[in-house]
Design a protein around this ligand. Structure first.
Ligand code: SAH
Length: 294
């Protein structure tokens, strides 16, 4: 049975809303933005810049990101980044806060980019590492299915950041698999992970990174308790639905220009329930050639 419902999240509001909705609702969203630190907000407000339309087309985070607030407020450690996400209500789970503290984002972003700013960063090959608030959101949506011993698949694993977080959560008895179709990104994700707290899991094999077309999933280790897709599928990929365990959950952006982050639950009887979490903007889940030519 399909259960379709739609909610627009109020936290960190502006950057989770689609471009057109943003333009229509900027004032409204400003009113809904309630930082717990008024001094930070007022002192930084004048520094807000016009949207970066380049990022708009290639990222899941939209304009007026909190980069402008955080970049000027001493946001220079991973711990502070996590604290701010907690302060702004993006992270409510202690477990997610702990894993994001443990996996230092700076090891995964390209050199000379602001590692802890809440915005996506270009990683080459027409791809981006998602913004910290999107990583946090996806980790929280999947948290129940990332218990020790469970199996997780990260499609479009890019820098490997989220796959490393999954591996930490499912632990050495679990499996965390990353699939990415750009071989160079897979190689650099392995380098990144080797420098991180997830390195022992990579060495032991409970965490592995693979080159492949993520639209086909990774059948060798299926079924999965948790599937995360880091790129927007034009429609729900059947192979990924098939590789989800009954009781499992997939978080996947779906759409082209307008995209929704869908939360897909496979019920114990095998039926599927889908709800929309929020409007988002991700790079497309596509063929390697199409991505490199875009
Ligand atoms: N979640 C990752 C990367 C997000 S960008 C991070 O935060 O680091 C989306 C990624 O999906 C890109 O690295 C892109 O190369 C990859 N991708 C797009 N289509 C794909 C496909 N068909 N199969 C595998 N990876 C794909």
């Amino acid at each position: 049975m399909m259960n379709l419902s739609s909610t627009m999240k109020a936290y960190g509001c502006r950057y989770c809303v689609s471009p057109l909705k943003q333009l229509l609702h900027t004032t409204n969203h400003h009113l809904r933005f309630r930082p717990r630190s008024p001094s930070l907000f007022s002192s930084s407000f004048n520094n807000l810049k016009l949207p970066n339309f380049n990022l708009l087309l290639t990222s899941n985070s939209l304009f007026f990101t909190m980069e402008h607030l955080w970049g000027r407020s001493g946001m220079n450690t991973n711990k502070k980044m996590v604290e701010h996400l907690q302060q702004y209500g993006v992270i409510s789970s202690e477990k997610v806060a702990r894993v994001m503290e443990t996996i230092d984002r700076a090891l995964f972003v390209p050199d000379r980019t602001p590692a802890y700013a809440d915005c996506p960063q270009e990683i080459g090959y027409n791809a981006t590492i998602s913004a910290p608030h999107m990583h946090a959101t996806c980790l929280q949506l999947l948290e129940e299915k990332l218990q020790p011993g469970m199996h997780a698949l990260d499609v479009g694993s890019g820098t490997g950041y989220l796959t490393a977080c999954f591996a930490m959560m499912v632990g050495p008895q679990g499996r965390a698999i990353g699939v990415e179709h750009i071989p160079e990104l897979v190689a650099s994700s392995i380098n990144n992970i080797e420098k991180s707290a997830a390195a022992p899991l990579l060495k032991k094999g409970s965490l592995s990174m693979h080159v492949g077309d993520g639209r086909e999933g990774w059948p060798e280790c299926a079924p999965y308790d948790a599937i995360h897709v880091g790129a927007a599928a034009p429609e729900m990929p059947q192979a990924l639905l098939d590789q989800l365990k009954p009781g499992g959950r997939m978080v996947i952006p779906v759409g082209n220009i307008f995209q929704d982050l869908k939360v897909v639950d496979k019920n114990p009887d095998g039926s599927i329930s889908i709800r929309s979490e929020s409007s988002v903007r991700y790079v497309p889940l596509t063929s390697r050639d199409a991505q490199l030519q875009s």
